[in-house]
Every structure is written in C-alpha cells, then in structure tokens.
Design a binder for this molecule. Structure first.
Ligand SMILES: [Zn+2]
Ligand SMILES: [Zn+2]
Length: 274
C-alpha cells in the first residue's frame, strides 16, 4: 500500500519509518503544496479551523496531489497543559485519510513543550536563552521587538547566523531590543520531531487494530464509562470501569472491562475521601 504525506518540513523522517515498520506500506512525500499557507507558528499566517481539521485538510490534499487513496497529514499545536493550565504543552496529530474505505484514523501524542521567549538587547543574555532552548539543535526565530513590518529571521541554527540575525534585528528596533523565540517548525525542533514520531506510533497501533465485524483498521477506544468501585466501600468512583471500543467505518462497538485495577484507590472515593 502506498501512502502520501504532505509536508515541506521534513516530517517524513519521523512518520515514514514508523508506519513502514509497523504496516505493509510505503510512505511517499509530496512537497508540491506549501503547507505554511495553512498556518504558521511564527504568526504570519493564522490557522483556519481546528488542529484536527488542519491535519485532515493536509491528508486530503495529499490524496489529491499524490493521486493515491491513502493520504497522511500532520499538525502540531501549542497551548497550556490540560491539568494545571500553567505549563507549555504540545500536541501532535498524524491523520490517515483512507479514501477507499471512506475512513479517517488519527494518531495523537502530547506532552510538555518548551516555547519560552526572551526580549533582550544583550548578546550574552541572548546566548544564555539560546542555550536554555537547546540551541543549535533547537533553532531560533529573531525579530525586532516593536517593528512588525521589518519581518523576522527564522531557522537560525548556528552561532554565525544568530549573530547576524541579532545585529539585523537590533538595527531595526527603535528600542534596540530583539525578541527571540524557539522556531517551532518540525524540521527546526527536535522536541517536536520526537512527539511527531510518537503520534505516528500511536497511528500505527490504531491502524493495526481491526474491527471484528468489517475488518476495517482503526478499531479503538472511543468511550470510557466511570464507575470503578472503591476498594473500601464499593461505591462507584469517577475512574473508568468500562472501555468501549468502536469501529470508524461500521456501527460495531464492543464493551470491555477497563484495563488496570478492578477496584479504585479509596483516594478517588467521594465517601472515603470526601
Ligand atoms: Zn467495522
Ligand atoms: Zn469508598
């Protein structure tokens, strides 16, 4: 089976080998389409629609441009973590659209991110920031602080380029202040590359799980019901007791006991730990 991945940011290095090793497929790259037209992290182009819609859109374009029934699209997003809302967080999606079966399967990975920024006019402070960011493997974006029309320099990946960009941005800025950020494009960010590979692994697992009814790939957890009984008093807790797996193609669903313990830690019980 041939799959086509739409990317200009080298994502085939993270997605291709993972899918090819797990599934009987070859992953081809289509670079015809400038994916930056759909949105950039450097704020020149805002993304229209949700993260999933963007990934799906890329997968459909891959089907069209690659003349192939299987299209892959990948999209990342940065926000704050879902638990405390305080930590920078990165979620990566890798979507397969299967035009033959008319289905879509989405791999997900998420975890802490590093997307801090620094305003400075001082070279040594910039160097310290760069080091904390993981430079030069993690590349940087520099721009003059208050002069949007001056543009920006991105993909800065060595010290010479950093020095040149610093001089340039300093000269453009009325307050002699430079805004430095991590370049979050996939080919400039080892942390994102790692997470994209994890999302591809998740996609491969989902594609390897087939529906007992229609044998479509993508038979996966779609609903979790709370009610795992407390180990002390037996009252239902908010922890999952039943996992429902569902098919992405037909209506078949299957309820299974949730993976993990059969009784809840009383710490989760409203009666034992009010
Ligand atoms: Zn099915
Ligand atoms: Zn209890």
């Amino acid at each position: 089976r041939r799959m086509v991945l739409l990317t200009r940011h080298g994502k085939q290095a993270q997605i291709g080998p993972v899918l090819e090793a797990a599934l009987a497929c070859t992953v081809e790259v289509n670079e015809q389409f400038d994916t930056d037209r759909l949105g950039t992290f450097t704020r020149e182009v805002a993304r229209a629609g949700s993260q999933l819609e963007a990934a799906r859109h890329k997968a459909r374009l891959a089907i069209e441009l690659g003349d192939c029934a299987f299209g892959l699209g990948s999209e990342g997003a940065f926000f704050t973590d879902p638990v405390s809302g305080l930590l920078p967080w990165n979620r990566e999606l890798v979507v397969l659209v299967d035009a033959e079966r008319g289905i879509e399967v989405c791999g997900v990975a998420h975890g802490p991110a590093w997307n801090s920024h620094r305003q400075t006019g001082d070279w040594n402070e910039l160097l310290a920031f760069a080091e904390a960011a993981g430079f030069p493997e993690q590349q940087l974006v520099l721009r003059p602080l208050e002069c949007a029309q001056a543009g920006l320099r991105k993909g800065i990946g060595d010290r010479e380029a950093l020095a040149a960009a610093f001089e340039w941005a300093l000269g453009q800025s009325a307050s002699a202040t430079v805004l430095a950020e991590a370049d979050l494009r996939a080919h400039c960010s080892p942390r994102r590359q790692q997470r994209i590979a994890e999302a591809a692994t998740d996609l491969a697992r989902r594609l390897s799980s087939t529906c007992p009814q229609c044998s479509s790939p993508g038979f996966w957890l779609c609903e979790r019901l709370p009610g795992l009984p407390c180990a002390w008093c037996g009252e239902p807790t908010d922890l999952a007791v039943t996992d429902t797996h569902g098919c992405v193609r037909c209506a078949y669903r299957e309820e299974r006991a949730a993976a993990g313990p059969t009784e809840a830690d009383p710490a989760h019980c409203r009666l034992c730990n009010p």
